[in-house]
Design a protein around this ligand. Structure first.
Ligand code: C2E
Ligand code: CA
Ligand code: CA
Ligand code: CA
Length: 279
């Protein structure tokens, strides 16, 4: 027990030290990384649970660091949010996603949607709408192909302003998804007042299916209530066929997870989509 205690203590202090080091290092290096084109956008397929076809992708950012290798967004997004760097980074993500949408349309794949993650800081940026409008125009993107994933915490800051912004985005033809649903303060009573098209059930509820009956019941209830509110449901983090079958039986619309594909680079996505078109 003594040994464990000491190790835990060491782990704790090292982790704090690492966090601080990473914060200082990343906040200094990130702006340069954008200039040297060191961020990468990967795409994770979203599959129709009715037809099995890939109907969209979620774009996920990575950092190809000269010394550290590929750095996960779990390590640098929170730093980018705190320093404000998320605004230029988010702009790069949107721009890259728009280029990809243009590329898809040029290859007769204009039915594929691209979803990007929007952080709270970006959402509160007064230039957001203008920037999105300009970007859609510059790359000649059909707004119906762009989906924005937001979280509940983003809505908390100023619910009135959030609803206004969401409505304006929807008026442009953009789809709004609520990400990581179920783990925060979410309530359906509150959700019904919001202009949201898609609900993404968090992996937390999916990962223990079929071992945890309560997760299965909650998931089934979330799907049926979301449908009642007219929303499309995406289940995140599907890793097994048992989970897929459970979700299909409960009429979940779309699945995303390692069972179908990990996040992949654009060229690999094009191969998958071309194969599927050939069938
Ligand atoms: P998220 O938006 O919830 O994205 C889903 C995460 O789950 C991704 O992690 C994805 O790789 C992972 N995942 C997908 N399927 C499975 C599965 O079957 N099993 C498991 N264990 N994991 C799965 P990733 O790429 O590391 O991204 C982590 C988080 O970083 C994202 O969570 C999102 O919150 C944030 N993020 C990523 N890209 C961006 C971005 O461009 N902008 C912003 N603001 N945040 C981003
Ligand atoms: Ca997401
Ligand atoms: Ca998510
Ligand atoms: Ca998550």
């Amino acid at each position: 027990a003594k040994e464990l205690g000491r190790n835990q203590y060491r782990f704790f202090t090292e982790s704090l030290h690492d966090q601080l080091q990473a914060y200082i290092r990343f906040s200094r290096e990130m702006p340069k990384a954008l200039e040297t084109n060191s961020f990468i956008l990967e795409y994770q397929p979203q599959v129709s649970l009715k037809t099995g076809a890939i109907i969209g992708v979620e774009a996920l950012v990575r950092w190809d660091h000269p010394e550290l290798g590929i750095v996960s967004p779990q390590r640098f997004i929170s730093v980018a949010e705190e320093t404000g760097f998320i605004v230029p980074l988010g702009r790069w993500v949107l721009k890259t996603a728009c280029k990809t949408l243009k590329h898809l349309a040029l290859h007769q794949m204009s039915h594929i949607k691209v979803a990007i993650n929007l952080s709270s800081r970006q959402f509160r940026d007064p230039n957001l709408l203008t920037m999105i409008r300009q970007m859609l125009q510059e790359y000649d993107v059909d707004p119906a192909c762009l989906e924005l994933e937001i979280t509940e915490s983003l809505l908390m800051h100023d619910i009135g302003l959030a609803i206004e912004t969401l409505k304006e985005l929807q008026a442009l033809g953009i789809t709004i998804a609520i990400d990581d649903f179920g783990i925060g303060y979410s309530s359906f009573n509150y959700l019904k007042t919001l202009p949201i098209n898609v609900l993404k059930v968090d992996r937390e509820f999916i990962k223990d299916i079929p071992d945890h009956l309560d997760d299965m019941e909650i998931t089934a209830a979330m799907i049926s209530m979301a449908h009642r509110l007219g929303m499309t449901v995406v289940a995140e983090g599907i890793e097994t066929q048992v989970q897929q079958v459970f979700l299909e039986e409960h009429h979940c619309d779309i699945g995303q997870g390692y069972l179908f594909s990990r996040p992949i680079e654009l060229s690999k996505l094009m191969v998958l989509l071309t194969k599927q078109d050939a069938k």
